[in-house]
Design a protein around this ligand. Sequence first.
Ligand SMILES: C=Cc1ccc(O)cc1
Length: 178
Amino acid sequence: MTKEFKTLDDFLGTHFIYTYDNGWEYEWYAKNDHTVDYRIHGGMVAGRWVTDQPANIVMLVPGIYKVAWTEPTGTDVALDFVPNEGKLNGTIFFPKWVQDHPEITVTYQNEHIDVMEAAREKYDTYPKLVVPEFAKITYMGDAGQDNEDVISEAPYASLPDDIRAGKYFDANYKRINK
Ligand SMILES: C=Cc1ccc(O)cc1
């Protein structure tokens, strides 16, 4: 995908894979102007995936986008995308309990919201773990808005490579092996 990002509409519906400078690999989709989906392929909570997370999504200046949300786990996230430069800056604010028990969050969160809410009550919030990192974008795809096929199964080892190799989506950005 080689388009130049200028407007908010250019950003909405875009599917990204990127690797943070600490080695953590994330896949993230701007589903619409108030919703994001993502899958985590590497790092402290690799294996976690989430759909339909409400988020605030704005364009700061042409081609630069800020996205922020708070999760049922109590984790807060702020991402600044500069897609024309192939990079972003993300800060993740983890409650202490996620650092202590990451395995609780490694699941399809949508089916376990009650588990996240119980854990955030049971365990400590502070001190938070703040992870501020730049990331390099390794894939961008024009999935269109509200495409339920983009993030629609659990992460597995070769998934980012399959997407980058063009083996995962057809010409209409639907999953090939469903
Ligand atoms: C905790 C979620 C999360 C999703 C995407 C990203 O880049 C960082 C954090």
